[in-house]
Design a protein around this ligand. Structure first.
Ligand SMILES: C[S@@+](CC[C@H](N)C(=O)[O-])C[C@H]1O[C@@H](n2cnc3c(N)ncnc32)[C@H](O)[C@@H]1O
Ligand code: SF4
Length: 415
């Protein structure tokens, strides 16, 4: 079965933050805390942008004449970089791959790093969408989460976004926070909606291995049942405000779903540039899918951004799981034809698994689209296990495998 050439996006990773948040396992380093930079409070802006441009140039062959449908400048905290630095990266992306005329260009920003007028400058540099890490509007909760900003700073940043003509912005919120109850979770949604975002990402707090919170969980964490109870009224409130859920954690006004993330979830291609960035590339001539990953550690990456890119073919028997890990997150599911064109596999390969899941009420068909049922969506990991290659299922390691892959998908900066 021939595999088709999917749309191409670009993810660029910026690996520094003012401070490391205790719940965060992304590849990010406190500006002052990174090894070899004691005393420095600045990101090594020029050196990092030079390395990124070398990285983009080296990955030019992956373009295959496809202009980028989206660029995501994620982190870490890309808003620690100046508008001029962002302009240089976007100029290189345009030169190397070309940008589609309506390309979505998103910058992730921390409200604690935004000076007055900054968003207008980012917009002039080419950014047309912003993802703002609000997390909560409760000042005490922000302190527990180790955030560097106040609720007022988030509100000011949102005002700045409107003033700069960047109405297409996302707010990241987390729920199931320490000591949070249903009322407080809904209050956060209300405060977020008052800022008139176009998109809202609503993540359940997870204790990621290797983080401060995993080692020392904060007191009064809601149970799984309490967390699930918080979700329904939040979704109701979002829906009443005109936001539809289109993915496990993503809600958008009509026409404002994040194109970059949809490209991940529909198994599109993406170049990953920057320290620790992941990429995916479809080689249509050989019917192969290749995953790439860059060196994680920023100093090593800056020393050798070109040589350090590791690539691995995805074995055909791994493709059903990889495809489903992404596509079943979408509330609207996926077309059977998409599975075949993106993986190069015939539907027969998974028909028996799908039939079994349908019989158990975990997936359903709506017209020509397959999607997780609400029950399946609640137990998505258990559902996905069915698509793991048989030998792994037998080895009893599926949960670990899912965790590792889910983290990989997360580190592609899904806002
Ligand atoms: C990679 S972070 C980048 C955003 C930006 N650096 C910031 O925090 O302002 C993207 C989002 O992932 C979410 N996130 C990170 N760690 C999480 C965790 N352990 N549980 C739930 N959500 C998490 C947060 O909402 C965060 O804004
Ligand atoms: S949550 Fe955002 S600001 Fe906090 S450490 Fe992670 S990437 Fe940095």
């Amino acid at each position: 079965m021939p595999v088709s050439s999917p749309p191409l996006a670009l993810y660029v990773h910026f690996p520094w933050c003012v401070r490391k948040c205790p719940y965060c396992d992304f590849n990010s380093y406190a500006v002052r805390g990174e090894e070899g930079t004691a005393g420095s409070s600045q990101v090594p802006e020029d050196a990092y942008i030079d390395a990124l441009i070398r990285d983009l140039d080296a990955q030019a062959p992956r373009g295959l004449g496809r202009a980028l449908i989206s660029v995501f400048l994620g982190g870490g905290t890309p808003s620690l970089f100046s508008p001029e630095a962002i302009r240089r990266v976007l100029e290189a992306a345009r030169r190397v791959f070309g940008l589609a005329q309506d390309a979505e260009i998103t910058l992730e920003a921390n409200p604690g790093t935004i000076e007055r007028g900054r968003f207008a400058e980012y917009r002039a540099a080419g950014v047309n969408r912003v993802s703002l890490g609000a997390q909560s509007f409760d000042a005490g909760m922000l302190a527990v989460l180790g955030r560097i900003h106040s609720p007022e700073e988030t509100c000011r940043a949102a005002e700045e976004l409107h003033a700069a003509g960047l109405e297409n912005f996302n707010l990241d919120l987390m729920y199931a926070l320490p000591g949070q109850d249903v009322r407080a979770a809904v209050a956060d949604i209300e405060r977020a909606l008052a800022l008139e975002p176009a998109h809202l990402s609503h993540y359940q707090l997870t204790l990621e291995p290797g983080t401060v919170f995993a080692a020392q969980p904060p007191p009064r964490l809601p149970s799984e049942d309490e967390s699930a109870e918080m979700l329904a009224p939040c979704v109701e409130r979002l829906s009443a405000a005109g936001f539809s859920q289109y993915e496990t954690s993503a809600y958008a006004r009509p026409g404002r779903a994040a194109r970059h993330n949809i490209n991940y979830w529909t198994f599109g291609d993406y170049v990953g540039a920057g320290a620790g960035a992941h990429g995916k590339f479809t080689d249509t001539t050989r019917t192969l899918i290749v995953r790439t990953v860059q060196t994680r550690e920023p100093r090593r990456y800056m020393a050798a951004p070109v040589e350090s890119l590791a690539a691995k073919f995805v074995e055909p028997h791994e493709l059903p799981f990889e495809f489903m890990l992404n596509a079943l997150r979408l509330t609207g599911g996926f077309e059977r034809a998409l599975f075949e064109s993106r993986t190069g596999l015939k539907w027969d390969k998974i028909a028996a698994i799908i039939a079994g899941l349908e019989a158990r009420g975990l997936v359903q068909r709506e017209g020509s689209r397959w999607q997780a049922t609400p029950f399946g969506a609640r137990f998505l990991n258990d559902l996905l296990v069915r698509f793991l290659p048989a030998e792994r299922e037998r080895s009893g390691r599926p949960r670990h495998e899912i965790g590792a892959l889910a983290i990989d998908a997360g580190s592609l900066s899904i806002d």
